[in-house]
Design a protein around this ligand. Structure first.
Ligand code: PLP
Length: 426
């Protein structure tokens, strides 16, 4: 592969064009394995950023893509419709809670978040109220487009850099009680007081249920989420749940909101929606919200992406939902959670480890100093695994089909890294 060209001309995420970190060329991926051009076989611990839940090169997903491409790859969604979109939306409505009855399909997770924020604003506009603020949490992550960035943790998303461009929203302290720890009701105090103070200006609360992902891999207590739902009802504010990372079984429940037995007003889905095959997102809402939005002055929702409901993506997503319907994910994520529960506490003893935490098919090792990305990445490849840490967080979210031996290999690779000082900064 022409890696010189790649280095000189192609932007990769979160690395410099001046002296980019090395990239490993991939020639094939199958099941839980990624194969490099150099001949190495890596056990995948990332599911390609939460997406490839069924593993790579899955026969059922391949067939869905092949069959659809023989019919048509894409047609515009304005004025036209097709079975792949209808089949997928039927499944999404039946899988999610009863109140969610309307589906907006778009290109990516960030766009799903944009759509959800616009829906909330239009909802209040249609009711004759101008509500320009959103309430969210510190340590959150909702995507890289402007509105999504404006509700992402201000330090992680460099709000200082974008001062004057980003709308200013309201950030409450994120919960401190971990999922497995006792619940401390004080966790809700800051959120409550901000909601109380600003609720007339707040269109919606947006947050990631149970797990704050890219903003810090924090796994929090379900009581917090239950409390948020109650307070949103009390103050008459919409609740948007961003389940782009957590949806489709990752936390051990099909949707993370089920840990708290609550229902959102608007739900954002993405990432694993197509089983890691291509980009697609869905924003679901209730008939009440949809009908209010469309009953307003605009008469419709003001959004319509070119590739809306792309039939190839919808066909693969439907096949991915059918795999979830066999319910194997439940036993698979339980097995992975058990592996983490067996293996991670030992690592917590290591002087370099600050905390270990896990839930469902997510395992996190938080270390005391940031990783040296280049060196630790090379270490993982040499150990035959693909794990991509950030900052002080070394985390795993393997495909659901991973066997205990695969999880052991991932955890072993992390353990050996902990004993190599050169894998860490200072
Ligand atoms: C990844 C992610 C997004 C953004 O999705 P993209 O497809 O990368 O635009 C939004 N919210 C959460 C919680 C995510 O994990």
């Amino acid at each position: 592969m022409d890696l010189d060209f790649d280095r000189q001309h192609i932007w990769h995420p979160y690395t410099s064009t001046l002296n980019p970190l090395p990239c490993y060329p991939v020639i094939r991926a199958d099941g839980v394995h990624i194969y490099l051009e150099s001949g190495e076989e890596l056990v995948d611990g990332m599911s390609s950023w939460w997406a490839a839940v069924h593993g790579y090169n899955h026969p059922a997903l391949n067939i869905a893509a092949h069959q659809q491409v023989e019919h048509f790859a894409h047609v515009m969604f304005g004025g036209l419709t097709h079975a792949p979109a209808i089949d997928l939306c039927k499944k999404l409505i039946s899988m999610t809670c009863d109140s969610l009855q309307h589906v907006f399909l778009a290109d990516s997770g960030s766009v799903a978040v944009e759509v959800s924020l616009k829906m909330a604003m239009q909802y209040w506009h249609a009711r004759g109220e101008k509500r320009a603020k959103f309430l969210t949490l510190r340590d959150g992550y909702h995507g890289d487009t402007f509105a999504a960035m404006s509700v992402t943790d201000p330090d992680n998303s460099m709000h200082s850099l974008y001062k004057g461009f980003l709308p200013q929203h309201i950030f409450a302290n994120s919960p401190q009680s971990g999922f497995w720890q006792p619940w401390d009701p004080k966790d809700l105090d800051d959120f409550h007081s901000k909601l109380k103070q600003h609720h007339h200006d707040i269109a919606a609360v947006i947050l990631e249920p149970i797990i704050q992902g890219a903003g810090g891999m924090r796994i929090y207590h379900p009581e917090f989420l239950r409390g948020v739902r109650e307070l949103c009802d009390k103050y008459g504010v919409l609740l948007i749940l961003d389940e782009i990372a957590t949806g489709f079984g990752r936390t051990g429940k099909l949707f993370a909101y089920q840990h708290a037995n609550i229902e959102p007003d608007i739900l954002c889905l993405g990432k694993a929606l197509t089983g890691g095959y291509m980009t697609l997102s869905a924003t679901l809402t209730s008939s009440h919200v949809a009908n209010t939005v469309c009953g307003g002055q605009a008469g419709c929702f003001m959004h319509g992406p070119t590739y809306m409901a792309n039939p190839l993506a919808c066909a693969v997503a439907t096949a991915s939902m059918e795999l979830l319907e066999t319910n194997q994910w439940q036993q698979q994520t339980q097995q992975i959670e058990q592996c983490f529960a067996d293996l991670l506490p030992q690592l917590a003893e290591h002087p370099r480890v600050n905390e270990v935490r896990w839930l469902g098919a997510i395992g996190v090792v938080e270390v005391t100093s940031a990783v040296n990305m280049e060196i630790i990445q090379q270490h993982f490849v040499e150990q035959g695994v693909w794990i991509r840490p950030f900052g002080k967080l070394i985390y795993m979210m393997p495909p659901y089909i991973s066997q205990p031996k695969h999880i052991e290999k991932l955890v072993n690779a992390i353990e050996t890294a902990l004993n190599k000082p050169e894998c860490f900064v200072a």
